[in-house]
Design a protein around this ligand. Structure first.
Ligand code: SF4
Ligand code: SF4
Ligand code: SF4
Length: 303
């Protein structure tokens, strides 16, 4: 069952879906690259441990199980080091843009939101299923020679597809139920990124010299991890669901840009050029301090 917070975000996404999803194609591009890397590493024999037939590879050369395993672990560590390096400058940008697990949550939301329209519902079900299947098969190929799909015995194929279906089911449950709650409560990578985040870095910041912000709270409603994007440089107080308590909002922020997107829409419908929420290099002390001028959420152009 969906929590009230998820329902609020979906209601907001539903209202604003077609108005602007400025980062949509950039996000799809980033996640495609991420998935392609996951798939290419075993397919190009860069690193693979073949648990079925012993065709282990590392750096495109056939090798022993020990070197194959060392290659897989080393590759995972290298990928991790890459995301760690990005975290140093770009905070949790990987969470918001490159993580296939995080993206599954978005696909689940798309399915929920499009339920009223049969065509889009089926479309999002199929695209979500295709993404999950690609992700699951990528995981399988790290541990299995893909040629098993061509010349595997019925028993081998049965076991292969049994494991594949199990992974798919877990991914389905994640997209259906856990979504960003997993990011807040349980993901060890996310928790680690939160703790090691630098104080300064590329992030969402709030700056409103022209008093464009109406206090519509759309940015809060849409945030997948329940932050107030206007006060990310302050400590988050109500952190019941966060695995680590009492850190700055910036440390929990996924850098996904949903709040920036929704704020852009709010400014656009009022024909304002200044957008209070933006991506940029964070400078401390920019949090929202004043009173809201209005609590009205604007989704239509003013007459
Ligand atoms: S917290 Fe974990 S699951 Fe969530 S987006 Fe970040 S790395 Fe992915
Ligand atoms: S105008 Fe922008 S910053 Fe202000 S509350 Fe609305 S979405 Fe948030
Ligand atoms: S504060 Fe903005 S960028 Fe950060 S997680 Fe929330 S919606 Fe995404």
């Amino acid at each position: 069952m969906q929590t009230k917070k998820i329902q609020k975000r979906e209601k907001m996404l539903d209202k604003l879906w077609n108005k602007r999803d400025g980062f949509k194609y950039l996000r799809i591009f980033a996640i495609t690259i991420s998935n392609l890397i996951l798939l290419a590493i075993p397919l190009l024999k860069f690193a693979r441990v073949d648990l079925w037939r012993g065709n282990h590879y590392f750096l495109m050369r056939e090798t022993t199980v020990v070197y194959g395993l060392a290659g897989v672990i080393g590759t995972i560590l290298s990928l991790y080091l890459f995301t760690f390096a990005t975290n140093f400058f770009l905070r949790r940008m990987f969470c918001g843009w490159g993580c296939p697990v995080g993206f599954l949550g978005r696909l689940g939301e798309k399915v929920d939101i499009s339920q009223k329209d049969k065509f889009w519902y089926i479309f999002h079900l199929i695209s979500g299923g295709a993404f999950s299947a690609t992700f699951a098969i990528s995981i399988m190929f790290w541990w299995t020679d893909w040629r098993i799909l061509i010349d595997g015995t019925p028993k081998e194929l049965g076991i292969f597809f049994g494991i594949f279906a199990t992974i798919l089911m877990i991914l389905y449950l994640h997209g259906k139920k856990w979504r960003f709650t997993f990011c807040k409560v349980a993901c060890p990578i996310g928790i680690y990124y939160s703790v090691v985040s630098k104080d300064q870095g590329f992030t969402v910041y709030y700056n409103d010299p022209d008093e464009t912000c109406t206090g519509c709270t759309a940015c809060e409603l849409i945030c997948p991890v329940d932050l107030n994007p206007r006060t990310l440089d302050l400590k988050v107080k109500n952190t019941d669901e966060n695995a680590v308590q009492e850190m700055l909002g910036h440390d929990y922020c996924l850098n996904c840009g949903d709040c920036v997107d929704v704020c852009h829409i709010q400014a656009k419908v009022r024909n304002k050029e200044t957008i209070p929420l933006r991506f940029g290099w964070n400078n401390k002390g920019r949090s929202y301090k004043g009173e809201c001028k209005s609590k009205q959420l604007e989704t239509e152009s003013n007459p």
